[in-house]
Design a protein around this ligand. Structure first.
Ligand code: FMN
Length: 493
């Protein structure tokens, strides 16, 4: 094994778990002492459609589906420890996915144990156990095609001989390790684990066998891990439910109070903008029989990570993290965006942001744009907003008189995104936007100077001031019937 390749000997791993094995849980498990962390099973067809996106704000690498969902998010901290588990029944597709993630993960794993119908009906998961030729084809293709270790996770077969024969065949493909979940395909998680089958497998091959299936009755705390190793003769152990219930099962110093574990989990979820439903799901798994407690009910009712933070008294942490992320977003955007209008296809863009404090109460750029459109007998401005999944930020495009305007900076809410779009339009057209001290701002002064140079009258200027004053009297975005004499704005550059 070359230096730097992940070793599977004598390790304790966080098992792959759908919905549970997302980034916050994996980082938490690493903090508590897990050597290796598996991600949740991700299906090859979905992953193959993903684009790799470096998320500079979160400092993560995201694999983003065409519908903008982040399918897999990872970061530098786990790069040498995370195993990417895929569901696949197709060697070529498996390789495409393995190559897509190869630079960002420490190993790839194929799920050959999932008995759920959604997996088996596509020939994936436990369905592979009855098709060893397919197993071999997938694993050989992966081993030959990627530079990182390849592993797989199986369930045991109906007899010891069949199980041993399968792991031997798997070993010959060149994989680095094999995880053996000591239950038959039809057994449920409540059934006792068959340590003798895992032992037979471990004795039959020279690659590391990772024993799995001991959470319910054998491994309750870290002190039990060695017992499970002894019972199975395996050098390594993989924990699923014990870790899901309390990730400090990896802590060699003993378990930590669940409250603390949940808080630490939630901090990672906030820091990495984990999807709120996923955060909720994981916290509810940790709460177990306390899920109907007042805290559990509050968590269940929450719709956002902010609301979940309230339940745990982590509002200050949530707020601070949001400010830090926004500061990073601003720094990145201002360093990369020009401060003047730029044509992006048919849309005029500008690096502007809506700062509420720059406008008097009850005055917004949208109001100014609406009022101006009405005066000009134009159709109402039309706003279209999109949200990107990697950081849930919003961006609006406003269309006025068949021309579209968009801020190049993304905003934290739809409302702010629309205001920013209105600002772009107003600034490009040279129309007042209602900002405090606008008359002193470079933009309006410039317009004034240009107006004077073009022979504009003081009547025109005072008309603009009247326009601003009239709109300021309004308290809503309802139309303002004003008598100001308004000229058409200068032509768009
Ligand atoms: C919530 C949950 C999700 C799971 N998802 C996966 C998965 O994505 N891939 C997989 O190979 N096994 C999955 N499993 C099975 C576990 O990895 C493990 O094999 C099983 O729970 C037995 O280990 P344990 O006794 O430590 O829980 C899942 C188990 C649970 C409880």
């Amino acid at each position: 094994m070359s230096a730097g390749r992940l070793s599977f000997s004598n390790i304790t791993a966080l098992a792959p778990m759908v919905r549970v094995g997302t980034l916050p849980m994996r980082l938490l498990a690493l903090d508590y002492g897990a050597d290796v962390v598996y991600c949740e099973e991700l299906i090859d067809i979905k992953m193959a459609q993903c684009q790799r996106v470096v998320n500079e704000v979160l400092q993560t690498v995201d694999f983003v589906a065409p519908d903008e969902r982040v399918m897999f998010r990872t970061c530098e901290r786990e790069k040498d420890r995370v195993v990417f588990q895929m569901g696949t029944a197709d060697p070529d597709r498996a390789l495409i996915v393995a190559r897509l993630v190869e630079k960002d993960v420490a190993a790839v794993d194929v799920n050959m144990g999932c008995p759920k119908e959604y997996s088996t009906k596509g020939g994936m998961g436990a369905a592979l156990l009855s098709d060893p030729d397919k197993i071999e084809a997938i694993l050989r293709k992966l081993v030959a095609g990627v530079s990182i270790p390849v592993t797989c996770k199986i369930r045991i077969l109906p007899s010891l001989e069949e199980t041993v024969s399968l792991v031997r065949r798997i070993e010959r493909t060149g994989v680095t390790a094999v995880a053996v979940h000591g239950r038959f395909k039809d057994e449920r998680p409540r059934h006792p684990v068959h340590c003798d089958y895992i032992q037979a497998a471990a004795q039959a091959v020279s690659i590391p066998v990772i024993a799995n299936g001991g959470s319910l009755d054998l491994v309750k705390t870290n002190a039990d891990v060695d017992e499970f190793k002894k019972a199975t003769g395996a050098s390594s152990v993989m924990l699923a439910r014990a870790a899901m219930w309390n990730a400090s099962v990896f802590n060699s110093g003993g378990p930590l109070p669940l409250e603390r574990v949940m808080e630490e989990y939630l901090k990672y979820a906030i820091r990495y903008e984990n999807h709120a439903f996923n955060t909720k799901y994981c916290l509810c798994q940790m709460l177990r029989d306390k899920v109907e407690s007042p805290l559990g009910k509050q968590v269940q009712a929450a719709q956002t990570n902010a609301e979940i933070s309230d339940a745990y008294g982590l509002q200050a942490f949530y707020q601070l993290t949001q400010e830090q992320l926004q500061a990073r977003r601003d720094a990145l955007q201002s360093s990369s965006q020009p401060d003047r209008p730029v044509l992006d296809g048919d849309v005029t863009t500008m690096a502007v942001r809506f700062e509420r404090r720059e406008y008097p109460p009850q005055i917004t750029p949208k109001m100014f744009l609406l009022e101006w459109s009405r005066r000009e007998k134009l159709e109402q401005p039309l706003y279209e907003t999109v949200q990107r999944s990697q950081d849930r930020a919003f961006q609006s495009t406003v269309t006025v008189a068949d021309k579209s305007y968009r801020p190049s900076l993304w905003e934290k809410s739809k409302k702010f995104a629309e205001q920013a779009a209105a600002i772009v339009c107003l600034r490009v057209l040279g129309i007042p936007e209602g900002r405090i001290g606008e008359e002193d701002s470079g933009l309006v002064c410039k317009r004034k100077r240009e107006g004077k140079a073009n022979g504009a009258t003081t009547e025109e200027e005072s008309s603009k001031k009247r326009h601003v004053a009239e709109i300021r009297q309004e308290t809503s975005e309802s139309p303002v019937v004003a008598n100001g004499d308004h000229r058409k704005p200068p032509e768009q550059p």
